[in-house]
Design a protein around this ligand. Structure first.
Ligand code: MSP
Length: 524
């Protein structure tokens, strides 16, 4: 039997005490594009996002706001749902770690670990950074301007001593290294895999996995003085959503192990070391891949609340358009690398690549068809395609296979570059074939040329749907493509445009953006 086409992709669950910003939108956008791509490619997809609501930081923020932590998280978690809706994200589930299903999953994985002697009670003394929810070794610390010890992230640390349960992480180094060797693509990009391996080769200590110094968390089963370490709690969300602890549930059987955990580079260690170790120790399958993407800076500067340069994705979308922002974020920076956001680059790409390359191609071709072909898909004769026509059509037919390979490697920018090669070739073809001249000289040939172009536009719009759902939908509307013919099954000649099909009146899809000096001053 053919392997079931299933795809489970997750975003990190976001800390609720922060307002949603471009970093959050970016991680989820990448997952959204993959989820949409896989759905169009015939996969049964599960796409999960949500919020990480426990921990000392949240407890402190709630106290500062004078409300109970649950009321606080109810309120702020909604900001992340609102962002997801606003950005048009197509997640199938939104998990909150304060939900009952999640508490049950966390307590169950704890019991599995305890039963297998992977957890023991000890006591902990060390430097803890509340902001990072992480302990640091003394050797990792430096002093800040006020003379306080700080972690490499810049977060202040405090000395903490408490009884604690430990996970026997020190036993897992060799097995993790063997797992990476057997699954060379399980941590990507490659440079991140190297980082993870060298961290492990430096030696792993047992990991403190419970706290007694605050209350806002999931109680350790059988020992109410302790709550579970927030990262153990948070990571477990990925299996909670599949129906765990019910190992027989259809969802768990279908979707675990996840195909991909998408994360930022700052949280790689938790996902690529702790999480697979917890799972293997609990005799559950580790995820198939963890991909760590880079970080955005704003006009060359690190993004931070204190610098006041946080980029609000809602502002961006209101200014430049949703699909323009979706395109830009995945095109501007090779996925995996750090990148810089600038208004100039945003406008530059929206104008040169969307308005000019793609928008003009569609607009030029569709208005020539409207004017000269009676608003119907032009006539075409299979036998009359020239070598140039065939070359261009062939490159459109080949797109799916090439783009699929890039998507499977999370190379979003390369997938787009591949599509743009075809768009540019189509523009060169228009100039070279000059259908406006053919109108008088050889109207039959003109129709053949316009048909070829319309068919190329159909392919481009089909394959770009995951990136720019709304705009591509409008392009496909203008080609009279029925909703049921918009999956990738329709790519290639099988469902080619039918000559004579009536087309609606063409309309521009990508407006030109105007540089706004004030915006640049605000943000530059
Ligand atoms: N709650 C944890 C994740 C638990 S997953 C089991 C967490 N949350 S977070 O809200 O702080 O961060 C979520 C994501 O946003 C991370 O993937 C992080 O890399 C990403 N980003 C935060 N700032 C960013 C940029 N400036 N640029 C790109 N992504 C950034 O960590």
């Amino acid at each position: 039997m053919a392997e079931a086409k299933r795809f489970y992709v997750t975003t990190p669950i976001y800390y609720v005490n922060d307002s949603p910003h471009i970093g959050h939108a970016y991680t989820t956008l990448a997952c959204d594009v993959l989820a949409r791509f896989k759905r169009l490619d015939g996969f049964d997809v599960m796409f999960l996002t949500g919020t990480d609501e426990h921990g000392q930081k949240v407890e402190k923020s709630a106290a500062a706001a004078g409300v109970a932590p649950q009321d606080f998280t109810n309120k702020v978690s909604q900001n992340f749902r609102d962002l997801a809706d606003f950005m048009g994200f197509s997640h199938d589930d939104f998990i909150r770690t304060t939900e009952e299903r999640h508490k049950k999953a966390c307590q169950d994985i704890w019991k599995r670990l305890l039963e297998r002697d992977e957890i023991y009670l000890g006591s902990y003394a060390g430097w803890y950074a509340v902001r990072d929810e992480a302990y640091y070794a003394e050797s990792e610390l430096t002093k800040n301007a006020d003379g306080a010890f700080v972690a490499p992230s810049g977060a202040e640390v405090e000395w903490v001593e408490e009884p604690s349960y430990f996970f026997r992480l020190s036993n897992w180094g060799d097995r993790l290294l063997a797992w990476y060797d057997e699954n060379p693509d399980c941590v990507m990009p490659k440079s991140r895999m190297n980082e993870v391996k060298s961290f492990i080769k430096g030696g792993l200590d047992d990991l403190s996995v419970s706290r007694t110094s605050f209350k806002w968390g999931i109680p350790v089963p059988g020992d109410d003085d302790h709550i579970m370490y927030v990262w153990m709690d948070a990571l477990t969300n990925y299996i909670t959503a599949t129906g765990y602890p019910d190992l027989e549930s259809d969802k768990f059987k279908a979707f675990w192990p996840a195909n991909l955990h998408m994360v930022g580079k700052d949280i790689l260690r938790f996902h690529a070391i702790y999480w697979p170790a917890f799972l293997m120790a609990a005799e559950l399958a580790p995820p198939q891949r963890i991909y760590a993407h880079g970080w955005w800076t704003n006009e060359g500067e690190k993004i931070s609340k204190s610098l006041g340069n946080v980029i609000d994705p809602i502002d961006l979308v209101n200014r430049y358009g949703l699909d323009q922002v979706r395109y830009f974020l995945l095109r501007e920076v090779p996925f995996g690398n750090d990148g810089d956001f600038s208004h100039r680059a945003m406008i530059g790409r929206a104008n040169s690549e969307l308005a000019n390359d793609l928008g003009n191609l569609a607009q030029r071709v569709l208005s020539m068809i409207a004017k000269n072909c009676d608003g119907r898909v032009p006539a075409m004769d299979e036998a009359a395609f020239t070598a140039d026509d065939q070359k261009l059509l062939g490159s459109a037919h080949d797109l799916l296979e090439q783009v699929r390979a890039h998507m499977d490697a999370q190379a979003f920018h390369e997938a787009l570059e591949t599509v743009w090669l075809v768009i540019r070739a189509a523009n060169a073809y228009v100039d070279h074939q000059a259908p406006w001249k053919l109108r008088k000289e050889d109207p039959v040939r003109m129709e053949q040329v316009l048909y070829t172009l319309a068919e190329v536009i159909r392919h481009v719009a089909l394959i770009l749907q995951p990136y720019m759902p709304e705009s591509c939908g409008r392009m496909l509307d203008q080609l009279s493509i029925a909703p049921e013919h918009r999956s990738f099954e329709a790519s290639g000649p099988a469902q080619a445009l039918k000559s004579g099909t009536e087309l609606p009146k063409p309309e521009g899809v990508f407006p030109r953006l105007v540089e706004d000096a004030e915006n640049n001053e605000d943000n530059g």
